[in-house]
Ligand binder design. Structure first.
Ligand code: SAM
Length: 204
């Protein structure tokens, strides 16, 4: 997968040198310049799957109340765009990777949303928080079992009328994930398909 570096999926503290860098992209008509570093997912550019997700899915309305969840936030591009689209919403940015969390927190500050983007390790999200929206470019490379566990942990935390937006490359199992979610009782729509990526809209 382009941009994937080393141990970012598996370690809470990546061993690679940080080497900070900037990632520039445009989403929803707004320009973003975020800080990235070695040891996190797609450190050098906005991941093409994430770009498809942000282009094709329905970003939250300006009056969306949230809370919103960026599951597997990396350096935080999705969380920052969600915070920009929904300026009143709380956005949780969750990742196992400590460096990713530090970068996401720095980027929350950079986009002026440090007061609303709550960067956390998975176990640090209070159990009573439910999400109006869950957004994720999920960590496919942790394996099917790990991915299923991750989704079984977080999808049930959607509010009753909540919606999840997932992007998965077709060649990495986008269609089989779609089928698995349907088997588990979720309503799933293939909302868009572009450049080999599926954007799935998941509801109860
Ligand atoms: C495909 S990357 C997406 C990163 C970022 N959202 C982006 O679009 O650039 C998936 C992220 O999930 C994180 N991750 C892996 N296992 C996780 C878990 N169990 N809980 C939360 N995040 C996890 C990885 O550290 C990685 O940052």
């Amino acid at each position: 997968m382009p941009g994937v570096t080393g141990d970012h999926y598996f370690s809470a503290e990546p061993g690679t040198a940080a080497r900070p860098r900037e990632v520039e992209f445009t989403a929803a008509g707004r320009d973003y310049t975020l800080t990235s570093a070695g040891g996190v997912f797609s450190a050098d550019r906005l991941d093409p799957g994430t770009a498809v997700l942000l282009r094709k899915a329905d970003l939250p309305a300006p009056d969306a109340a949230g809370p919103l969840l960026d599951l597997g936030c990396g350096f935080g591009p999705i969380a920052c765009v969600l915070a920009g689209s929904a300026p009143a919403a709380i956005v949780w940015a969750v990742d196992v990777n400590e460096r990713a969390r530090a970068l996401a927190a720095a980027n929350a500050e950079r986009v002026g949303a440090a007061d609303r983007i709550r960067v956390a390790a998975p176990d640090d999200v209070p159990a009573d928080v439910t999400f109006a929206q869950l957004w994720s470019n999920p960590p496919i490379r942790i394996g099917k079992e790990g991915l299923h566990e991750l989704l079984l942990r977080w999808l049930p935390r959607l509010a009753p009328d909540g919606v999840a937006w997932l992007v998965v490359a077709r060649h990495l199992g986008g269609d089989s994930l779609h089928r698995w979610l349907v088997e588990r009782g979720w309503q799933v729509r293939r909302h868009a398909s572009q450049k080999g990526y599926r954007v799935l809209r998941v509801t109860r």
